[in-house]
Design a protein around this ligand. Structure first.
Ligand SMILES: *Cc1c(COP(=O)(O)O)cnc(C)c1O
Length: 404
């Protein structure tokens, strides 16, 4: 048994502590080894004291670890920590961000249900809804993220879920989480918010009126581009349904990745603050450039939803997109002239990344769907990392130099 001095603290000792303390401390239970850091349990199964003990555990009559497809102490520590940081009752970790969306919809929707999806969501998310959920008899309609009234109009008697990201990828559009949550409630639907771009360090969708938050933990929660993972957070009644699906279907988070994410959460707010400060500087600089038609960043007063961003986020995030004059040719020339930033579609990394959305993240969409989402050929997406600001700027200057 763990001695009291080893365990160090009870869960109730964290009552009322601040966000940064939860990020460092929540969810950890020491083993009899008295380790200071979170233990990494690389085990697929667990042993039982007796045949009767095994039977009771399998039947769910006694609590105890059974099999890591659906319970692992390191994964559980991550789930408890992120649940508290998001202000939710329970979290369910998954193998990737896409697996978190899959698990949420498969657990809470059925054939004949109708889902409203923001037009401005991650490319693979559109494909998941459009190609796969529709194939299994779920109706899907797309609504402009920024047009709150359109969501109410698009509702049907069988509308079961609203799905949105805010800010959106790559154009940094915002949805009014409070207003959409209220409409969803009126309709008896659940509001699901992909909080990947903000993380709980900048935005708490559950407090604003969402029912469920989903994440790609691959991004800022990891923070250094190492591991794939995802998580959903919400009320226990909903999360229990997700646990049932995860247990059966198996899109499980690896304990090793959960351990990496625990380390990521400890520095989340510090990193987000640094990412956001540099992103603001870069966005303001880009906006002054004559080669740039427009910059998409909610921290700019010119952003049409700057006031909403200030109301529902504590900072504006680190993804800065901009439209270069000259279409695809100019955008590719810009990207190819850089030497420091990485040409890769990932984001939420200490390393700054640069992407051409129209031919990569959103390349699988039809031309019409891409146009409707506002993803044009001159668009470049930057995810500002943690390098020196002057070095990031100097590298982007190479892109501008290549235009003349
Ligand atoms: C990356 C991303 C996802 C998908 O997450 P994976 O971990 O890559 O599966 C979902 N939503 C948003 C907003 C993302 O950026």
């Amino acid at each position: 048994m763990t001695e009291e001095w080893q365990a160090g603290r009870l869960d109730s000792d964290l009552d009322g502590v601040g966000f940064d303390t939860l990020a460092v401390r929540a969810g950890q239970r020491r083993t009899p080894e008295a380790e200071h850091g979170e233990a990494l349990f690389l085990t697929s199964s667990y042993v039982f004291r007796s045949a009767a003990d095994a039977a009771a555990c399998f039947a769910g009559e006694t609590s105890g670890n059974v099999y890591s497809r659906y319970m692992n102490p390191t994964v559980r520590t991550f789930e408890e920590r992120i649940a508290l940081m998001e202000g939710g009752e329970q979290a369910v970790a998954t193998a990737s961000g896409m697996a978190a969306i899959l698990t949420t919809v498969m657990s809470l929707c059925s054939v004949g249900d109708h889902i409203l999806v923001s037009r401005s969501v991650f490319g693979a998310t559109v494909t998941l809804f459009e190609k796969y959920f529709k194939r299994f008899g779920i109706e899907v309609d797309y609504v402009p993220l920024t047009d709150t009234a359109a969501w109410r109009v698009a509702c049907k008697p069988n509308t079961r879920m609203f799905f949105m990201e805010s800010p959106s990828n790559p154009l940094a559009e915002l949805g009014d989480i409070g207003a959409l949550g209220a409409i969803a409630r009126e309709q008896g639907a659940l509001l699901v918010v992909d909080n990947c771009f903000c993380t709980p360090a900048l935005q708490k969708p559950l407090a604003l009126g969402a029912d469920i938050v989903v994440h790609s933990a691959t991004k800022y929660i990891d923070g250094q581009g190492r591991s794939m993972g995802g998580v959903a957070v919400g009320r226990r009644e909903h999360m229990q349904e997700l646990v049932g699906f995860l247990r059966t279907a198996g899109p499980t988070l690896s304990p090793f990745n959960a351990w990496v994410f625990l380390k990521g959460l400890e520095t989340l707010r510090l990193r987000m603050r640094a990412h956001c400060e540099s992103a603001q500087q870069i966005a303001e600089w880009l906006e002054q450039r004559p080669e740039v038609e427009c910059v998409y960043y909610a921290g700019l007063p010119s952003h049409p939803q700057h006031a909403l961003a200030k109301a529902q986020q504590s900072a504006f995030g680190a993804v800065v997109s901009f439209e270069l004059r000259g279409g695809r040719e100019a955008a590719w020339r810009f990207i190819d002239a850089t030497r420091l930033v990485s040409i890769t579609a990932n984001l939420g990394d200490a390393k700054t990344t640069i992407t051409h959305p129209a031919t990569t993240t959103h390349g699988r969409l039809s031309v019409e769907a891409r146009e409707a989402a506002g993803i044009r050929e001159g668009l470049i997406r930057l995810a500002i990392g943690l390098e020196e600001l002057t070095d990031i700027k100097a590298d982007l200057q190479r892109g501008f130099d290549a235009q003349s």
